[in-house]
Design a protein around this ligand. Structure first.
Ligand SMILES: [Zn+2]
Length: 218
């Protein structure tokens, strides 16, 4: 956060680190975890914020606060990490198949452009969306048709291609070398290849200049 602020020439503000579990049903049991004060459930956030706010006098106006807030949201990016390697998980260990939005079993089959659960009968047109996005995150945003077909258990390559395209993924490269990527996932960690992604020269970092309508901040 501090680096981000200094990159965009925003004056530093008091910064604190927390990890927040956003699922309201989560129960946290932290035993002997030294940083336990930094791990919160979502219900605790307002109290913590109030406590922190009381420690500081306000440095910026409500308007400036609002601008920074929207700027931060507009610059949000999914974090890229080599999660499988990091946790020594093999591709083969991942569960295949599209989970049913109702019964959560991986028993959805693709039939006539939609999914049908062979267990509970639920039908869905977009049951694959989340899984596809997760796959893109796991593969450093480089999906291949064969991988998607195998993971989502789609009967034909052609149906797979259509499904990927309809889900808003972009194609780079041709024939066997073709990969598909989600435009919303940053290319950080990518080694751009000649036949690979078209990553804009300007990169992601400075696309949108801050301050947006200030010559100087504040
Ligand atoms: Zn089901």
């Amino acid at each position: 956060m501090r680096t981000f602020f200094s990159d965009y020439q925003i004056d530093q503000l008091p910064t604190y680190r927390f990890a927040v579990f956003t699922n309201p049903n989560v129960i946290l049991k932290l035993h002997d975890y030294t940083e336990y004060e930094r791990i919160l459930t979502v219900q605790e956030v307002p109290i913590i914020l109030e406590r922190l706010a009381n420690k500081h006098t306000s440095k910026i106006s409500y308007q400036q606060n609002k601008q920074i807030r929207s700027f931060l949201i507009s610059r949000h990016q999914e974090r890229f990490s080599v999660i499988l390697e990091k946790h020594q998980i093999m591709w083969e260990d991942l569960k295949k198949g599209v989970p049913c939005p109702d019964c959560s079993r991986r028993s959805m089959i693709r039939e006539r452009m939609r999914w049908q659960c062979t267990y509970c009968g639920t039908r869905s047109t977009d049951a694959h969306t989340k899984l596809l996005f997760k796959l893109a995150l796991l593969t450093n945003n480089r999906l291949t048709k064969a991988m998607v077909q195998d993971f989502l258990q789609i009967p034909t390559a052609d149906a797979t291609r259509k499904l990927i395209a309809r889900a808003g993924y972009h194609k780079a490269g041709v024939r066997k070398g073709a990969i598909y990527y989600h435009p919303g996932i940053p290319a950080s960690g990518h080694k751009a290849q000649a036949s690979g992604h078209k990553t804009s020269k300007s990169g992601h970092k400075k696309q949108k200049k801050w301050p947006l309508n200030h010559q100087k901040w504040p």
